[in-house]
Write a protein that binds this ligand. Sequence first.
Ligand code: ADP
Ligand code: ZN
Length: 316
Amino acid sequence: MAVPEEAPLVAGIELGGTKCVVLLATGPDDIRAEARIATTTPQETLDAIEDRLREWRIKHRFQAIGVAGFGPLALDPRRPDYGCIVNTPKPGWDGTSLIQRALRFGVPVGLDTDVNAAALAEGRWGGAQGLQSWAYVTVGTGIGVGAIVEGRPIRGLGHAELGHLRVPRLKGRSWPGACPYHGDCVEGIASGPAIAIQAGFPAESLSRTDPVWDDVVHALTGCFHNLVLTTAPERILIGGGVGLGQPHLIPRIRKALAESLNGYAVAPRIAEDIEAFLAHPSLGNRAGPLGSIALALGSLATVEAAPILRSAQACA
Ligand code: ADP
Ligand code: ZN
């Protein structure tokens, strides 16, 4: 992919539950610097990220910063908690602002959830180019769905959290599920840790024929059935450790989704090319980190930077 000469150089931060990736780039084919930082306490982690950006800033005038964070995140720029992590079970992180330090650099700051950002990266450079509405789903430590409708992530009181939908259980199953908030929501059944608890050993060492995969396929199919009928995506891209590491899942979910939709509404259009409809992200496991670069570039293209700068206060 040729890099247009005028492509702005921006910085991106992907804040993950276990590690953070900091990037300096104009796009996937022009990454000038990259750093990995372990996610520990907010102070230590954010200090290390800020130090790295300051170091890069000496040589490179980056024009914006994108922050893609694990959530839930407060994303209403009219409210004082804009940019803060809210109601996370992750110890120490509740109420932490993910943007306050980024704003010190005096450039526009783009912010969104890690999955919305990954979805935007797929739209800009990957498997969702040219589409209006699509979704990026990570099936990993959690289940996150970045649902883009008419080019923008779903927004309201906060962001959508489709990984926590409740869907019908497979007949006869009564395992209570692993979500600390909802028990057997989709994440509570089909995330990596949920699979490990239910099976008794890590998802990566589970045989393909293990019946726990039936629960996983059923829960993800229920989630995608509802996703199709609410946001009408033209494509669903499935990444994350479990999503990318278990290639048998996508063919099974394609079949189950067709059965679940049962010919209704847009089902015939999905059936025309279900291989393309339900696929892996083209950027693979780079969709997440590149999402932060997509957010930075997006912030340059909007006028939202001004209210964001004014409203970034300390978190509650
Ligand atoms: P995160 O969600 O924290 O960003 P990952 O997307 O890598 O990280 O997901 C980690 C989860 O994926 C863990 O629960 C791990 O057990 C699971 N996992 C990693 N590789 C595989 C694999 N090949 N098959 C099944 N599960 C896997
Ligand atoms: Zn839940």
